[in-house]
Design a protein around this ligand. Sequence first.
Ligand code: URA
Length: 437
Amino acid sequence: MRVYELIHRKREGGALGAGEIAALVAGFTAGEIPDAQVAALCMAIFFKGMTGAEVDALTAAMLRSGDVLDLSALPGAKVDKHSTGGVGDKTSLPLAALAAACGVRVPMVSGRGLGHTGGTLDKLEAIPGFRVDLPVERFVAQVGRLGVALIGQTARIAPADRRLYALRDVTATVESIPLIASSIMSKKLAEGIDALVLDVKVGRGAFMKTRAGARELAAALIGIGRGFGKRVTALLTAMDQPLGLAVGNALEVVEAIELLRGGGPADLRELTVELTAEMLLLAGVAAELPEARAAVAAAIADGRGLARFREIVIAQEGDPRAIDDPSRLPRAPRVIPVPAPAAGVVEAVDAEAIGLAAMALGAGRARVEDRIDPAVGVVLRRKVGERVEAGEPLCDVHRGDAGEPQDAIAARLAAAWRIGPGPVAAPPLVLERMAGP
Ligand code: URA
């Protein structure tokens, strides 16, 4: 195989064969094909795209580069959820517990946060002692016993994707739908799932800024799932303002627990119920969406979701007292309100700006090796459609001495709220549903 010829063919808009893609991925993972050639190929793919067959071949090659969990010995459908990443999105925590409490098996393998959106692992690790590095055998046993376990991606899951993603990250080739779709699905398929629910975020705080782009990504992800015999449902959901009120790891755990106690912000609850209900449908636990939603709501109302979350925490060596008494979670020493500069109605809250402010406080990481502070973050006090008087708080900053100075953080945050005469209706959250065959 001459890699040069493959790059040239893709550059001219031609297609690569499955065997060629498999050899490319194997050669790159083994360090036999130089980064420069793979970077050039990624750039050619960025401009020329890939056929469905090419995307399937790339996904299969990256999947095969590592281990694929075998959960076939466990009865029942194994279903996971994947979000393309949003600010304040802590749905995975309550959703995993609720889906399991309703009879779905949830083998959840998550990532750490990078950039302005947080990662599920970072949130879970805000619970003192919580381990996300369970050995695979223990992970599988826990999915069998509790119906759910949440771990981090191991080095043995899709190593080719890890290498390729790092190269794309420094060559401006991340934002390519075939490359994103194969990257996401190679990792999800390695979990040994039967079906997958996708939360494809759209808006200023999301990877996909437009509805058309999100729809295209969702279609690519559903198409790959179909090629691998997995059922995939995607919800396109708004990510213009943060989800819920809390942005920051321990703060988001508190909000997730509030939801499981029957409280929490309405938008977080709506999205958690919708996504979990889709999991119940895919697992065959419910036949219709209204029935599935009612089952999830019942698991919140009667405390089964919270009880299952506590069991997960105990099984993964976290301190369950932090679930009953969230004051045991890491807490920032100072809580400083950011006042509204003028009276009016909130017309927009820029999720990306809030995510970046939380990152500047130490809640997120700019580089993989950065350490995060689980206690810090931002809690919104006003969201779109709500009225605020001048001087009333728009949000609270939870912080310590590290991170960007408070003046700079307050200025960033105040600029994230657009206040006008109103009235403004609260925007819709679930924009569209796309389901595979
Ligand atoms: N998330 C991934 O896992 N891969 C991508 O390529 C982009 C986002």
